[in-house]
Design a protein around this ligand. Structure first.
Ligand code: FAD
Ligand code: SIN
Length: 530
């Protein structure tokens, strides 16, 4: 079936692009599971934008570059920061009920921000944004939303030869999870808005579907990816044996929460420790510093977790600012107005991704990318809190505009070969997929985590090389399922992360490697070429 534009992903990036494009073109939006299944719906803290008279674009740009340890591309940072107020206005017009005080948007504070500049909807901003974007998209006659469609691979021009490498992209093959069959979906332009790769790690705040599918698909098709070693770990994920990936927003520290050592820390129990890691900014230091501090204290004292304590603030203030977190914790027997919350670091955000320019263009004609699947140059070596939803709105819109503007240059797809299911059978060993999936996530956590060594990275590379052969063999012989598609992508992305980490011979931002503890004089992107 042919469409004007196919967008893989129904989160903030995909739906923003769809809504802009729908003014002029017919758009098909695919989602792997439910439309709400991406990270967008889970976002808590909010969206960064300069909206206060005492703040300036320059401040936001500086904060972003400081957090990104100079690896950011300045023109991208300027582009995003300057387009932030307009993005917030678009969301307000779509009905996002941002918190206000006396008719003025309430701005909260998060780590790394020198000013209050985070607009939010209580502590569940993502859900409100997802709902507004989804309602707007669903109401538009030019947008078709198709949940339960798992994109497998991009459809590329097989005749294109290197060195031009300019393979045209003409849509995707996608598994229809309701019929069990693979559909061939063609288009003149395709936008990869498929989110991050958090689930490459054992512990992650990201939802189950964050398996880096779009990054792997674009790489296989021939697009470059960059800075994949820059994996962000959030310092404060709830430590709970039943609930594994519940985030405690950075805004809790922004509104005065302290990090302390828990009861089983012996003589040091109850002590704050951030002064030892960042005496000036303390709990509001950028995330990489706070996550490493938490990891360090947990390992130093053999703890299961550290404490995040905001119980010194007025209980009504706490409940008013964090109603969803409060309710969730009460359900687990934790009262954050009376005592600390046990927290651990967990993978949170994929800073690297498909390399794009300011219009969301990738290396491949017809292929665009936006949001967490992409690497635009905004985040550099570490993403500043609440800059990622913003990036989705700005780049979703930018990609859509570029497609509309250059429509006549995008060739119509030729006749495309259908997916061949004739030579594969159903797998009778699903356990292999589960086992391999767990193995990858575990060694990525242990060997490619917050603090790295060359030796551990090489171990991870060795495991990947072994498992890759097994997964490819499995993929070649059995009918595709969502689990198998995700596993194949997971191993591809794990490989990209490890190769990028091995290539960076310095410690910068999120990439901390004990063999190279210093910063090199020049900040250089790690760009992998297929
Ligand atoms: P997502 O919202 O993740 O959407 C990805 C989409 O792609 C989904 O629809 C999915 O189904 C689809 N997809 C994936 N693979 C396939 C496939 N193979 N076939 C078809 N469809 C596919 N950022 C902030 O700026 N502020 C915050 O407060 C904040 N809080 C966060 C809290 C949590 C718990 C988490 C996990 C992240 C948070 N982030 C926050 C980060 C932010 O939410 C994400 O970076 C952002 O939402 C990513 O949006 P996206 O559109 O790129 O992808
Ligand atoms: C949070 O609320 O702490 C997450 C904010 C973000 O990831 O930007």
């Amino acid at each position: 079936m042919t469409h004007d534009v196919i967008i893989v992903g129904s989160g903030a990036a995909g739906l923003s692009a769809a809504i802009t494009l729908a003014r002029t073109h017919k758009v098909l939006v695919l989602a792997k599971g439910e439309l709400t299944g991406g990270s967008t719906a889970w976002a808590q803290g909010g969206i960064a934008a300069v909206l206060d008279a005492g703040d300036t674009f320059e401040n936001h740009i500086d904060d972003t570059m400081v957090a990104g340890a100079g690896l950011n591309r300045r023109e991208t940072v300027e582009f995003v920061v300057e387009n932030a107020p307009a993005a917030i206005e678009r969301l307000e017009n779509m009905g996002v009920p941002f918190n206000k005080e006396a008719e003025v948007l309430h701005l909260t504070r998060e780590g790394g921000h020198s000013h209050r500049r985070i607009v939010h909807v209580d502590d569940a901003t993502g859900w409100a944004v997802q709902e507004a974007l989804q309602n707007t998209a669903a109401a538009h006659p030019n947008i078709t939303l198709r949940p339960h469609m798992v994109a497998i691979d991009l459809i590329v021009d097989r005749n294109a030869e290197k060195p031009t490498g300019a393979k045209n992209v003409w849509g995707v093959y996608a598994l229809n999870n309701e019929t069990g069959h693979v559909e061939t979906l063609t288009s003149r332009a395709t936008i990869m808005a498929s989110g991050g790769a958090g689930r490459t790690y054992l512990f992650s705040t990201a939802p189950r579907g964050a398996t880096g599918d779009g990054i792997a698909m674009a790489w296989r098709a021939g697009a470059r990816v960059s800075n994949m070693e820059m994996m962000q770990f959030h310092p404060t994920c709830l430590y709970n044996l039943e609930v594994k990936n519940f985030l405690i927003t950075e805004a809790v520290r922004g509104e005065g929460g302290h990090l302390k050592l828990p009861d089983d820390a012996g003589d040091e129990a109850g002590e704050r420790y951030m002064h030892r890691f960042d005496p000036e900014r303390m709990e509001l230091a950028p995330r990489d510093i706070v996550a490493r501090a938490n990891d360090h204290e947990i390992k130093r004292l053999g703890l299961d977790y550290v404490d995040l304590d905001i119980s010194h603030r007025d209980p009504e203030f706490v409940k008013g600012h964090f109603p969803n977190i409060y309710d969730k914790l009460i359900g687990l027997g934790i009262d954050m107005t009376k005592g600390p919350i046990p927290v651990v670091p967990a993978q949170h955000y994929t800073c690297g991704g498909i390399l794009i320019d300011l219009a969301g263009r990738t290396d491949l004609p017809g292929l665009y990318a936006a949001g967490e699947a992409s690497e635009s140059g905004l985040h550099g070596a570490n993403r500043l809190a609440s800059n990622s939803l913003l990036e989705c709105f700005v780049f979703g819109d930018a990609a859509a505009r570029d497609i509309a503007e250059h429509w006549d240059d995008l060739p119509a797809p030729p006749a495309i070969r259908q997916w061949d299911e004739s030579r594969v059978t159903d797998s009778d060993e699903e356990v292999v997929i589960k086992q391999t999936w767990t193995e990858i996530r575990r060694f990525m956590w242990n060997y490619v985590g917050i603090v790295r060594t060359t030796k551990r990275l090489e171990r991870a590379q060795h495991r990947i090389d072994l498992l890759r052969g097994e997964v490819e063999e499995y993929y070649g012989n059995f009918r595709v399922t969502q689990d198998l598609i995700e596993l194949r992508n997971l191993i591809e992305v794990a490989d990209l992360i490890v190769k990028s980490a091995l290539a960076r011979k310095e410690s910068r931002g999120l990439h901390y490697i004990t063999d190279y503890p210093d910063l090199l004089p020049e900040a250089v992107d790690t760009v992998l070429v297929p």
